[in-house]
Write a protein that binds this ligand. Structure first.
Ligand SMILES: *Cc1c(COP(=O)(O)O)cnc(C)c1O
Length: 403
């Protein structure tokens, strides 16, 4: 039997990174604010902002730092309540707690998307000051409905697009729909620098506050510019207003990380295309199994996946455990979010929250939703090995049950 491919190794970093890294090692110029201009981090920010079609980008040490700074940049009062989906990564409620705010969780349906009725009820019943939409595993909720509900109440929206680089909603880039969008460069995301993150916004006030708090002490903010050819007065005035008035959290990115990230940006479109091809190929095969259901995306979404999620149907928890074990024996690592111990995406494990709500719909989804990595670099033949292993073990587990 063919062993399934390794899905954990990353794609090599483009060779062009080496010359720039050598130059940085020679000069020792690793700090973003040493050079008078055009430091690798500053160049990365301009290139990323242009790629996303936004005015401002701020590169920082992680997506969690970007989320934290976004909340701080919104100038929310202490203990402000921030609405998030109940299905996300533990780093998201953590960033809210780090920002001295309170996470409020809403229900997520079996298609991994926000339950809009519950979202709206909590928006109105929960004294909410801001909304943080986490596009978990790249699954996009109805952003038209969410933005309409937010705008009607004058609430800011932060997008956690850590895992959604390259995703489109109605032709618009995910991460540019809310007031701020945050992305990750951690190794399991589309662009890999080991660690790193970036926030994007068109709002000069948010950009200026986030830049200063990220660690642009004294007048280092002068090395942050708006788009080329743009009149940057709005940004400069905002910096002037906030000089010396904000804490410095020092969550900057190093030039070395920027040197690893920049040559990957031209590969984003290809990785998105290949990731989508791999996902859709495996999804179509799995969906034919009576024991597996792959929820459809919403109409306006064009995905950029590097993993696949699907729901097991008609299996007991014991049979699901058997499925996971048999898949592992064939070299395919499957996690059922709610069955794997201490999973950081199961909200009941976020015991650092002041209060853990009961979310029966989200819980039911987590108890049968599976997670399998499917990197863009896999060939279709390798994807077939994964699909065949999953189909085969589902069949075997359920035949055994019937016998
Ligand atoms: C990875 C991830 C994060 C955290 O990103 P870091 O850069 O590791 O802080 C947040 N949200 C989602 C949805 C993620 O996938």
């Amino acid at each position: 039997m063919n062993q399934a491919p390794n899905v954990h190794d990353a794609e090599p970093i483009p060779a062009e990174a080496r010359a720039e890294i050598d130059r940085l090692l020679q000069s020792g110029d690793l700090f973003r604010y040493t050079a008078p201009e055009d430091a690798p981090v500053a160049l990365l920010e301009r290139e990323f902002a242009d790629l996303m079609g936004v005015k401002y980008a701020l590169a920082v040490s992680s997506c969690s730092a970007a989320l934290f700074l976004s909340l701080k940049a919104l100038d929310l009062p202490r203990d402000a309540r921030v609405l998030i989906p109940g299905f996300t990564f533990a780093a998201v409620p953590s960033s809210i707690i780090h920002a001295d705010c309170v996470p409020v969780l809403c229900e997520v349906g079996e298609d991994y998307r926000i339950d809009l009725a519950d979202f709206e009820a909590r928006l109105d019943g929960g004294d909410i000051s801001a909304i943080l939409i986490s596009h978990m595993r790249g699954h996009t909720s109805d952003m038209d409905a969410i933005m309409a509900l937010a705008e009607a109440r004058g609430l800011p929206v932060i997008e956690d697009a850590a895992h959604s680089l390259g995703t489109l909603w109605g032709g618009r880039k995910i991460g540019t729909i809310g007031q701020v969008g945050c992305f990750s460069f951690q190794s399991y995301k589309l662009v890999n620098a080991g660690e790193g993150g970036i926030l994007v916004t068109d709002d000069a006030e948010i950009a200026a506050r986030a830049v200063i708090m990220s660690g642009a002490y004294e007048h280092n903010w002068k090395k942050h510019k708006g788009p080329r050819g743009d009149n940057t007065a709005a940004l400069e005035q905002a910096f002037g207003r906030w000089q010396n008035r904000l804490p410095l959290y020092n969550q900057r990115l190093s030039n070395l990380s920027a040197a690893v990230i920049r040559p990957q940006l031209p590969h984003v479109a290809r990785r998105v295309r290949d990731g989508r091809r791999n996902h859709d190929h495996v999804a179509a095969r799995l969906d034919r199994s009576p024991w597996i259901e792959v929820p459809a995306k919403l109409g306006p979404e064009e995905r950029a996946p590097d993993s696949i999620q699907f729901n097991l149907t008609g299996m007991t928890p014991e049979q699901m455990r058997g499925f996971v074990e048999a898949a592992a024996a064939r070299g395919v690592k499957v996690q059922v979010f709610g069955l794997s111990q201490d999973n950081a995406r199961a909200y009941w494990n976020w015991q650092f929250l002041p209060e853990i709500p009961d979310l029966p719909r989200t819980r039911a989804m987590l108890m049968r939703a599976c997670d399998v990595r499917l990197p863009a670099r896999l060939t279709l033949a390798e994807c077939d090995l994964i699909a065949e292993a999953l189909l085969g073990v589902a069949e075997a587990v359920m035949e055994q049950a019937a016998a």
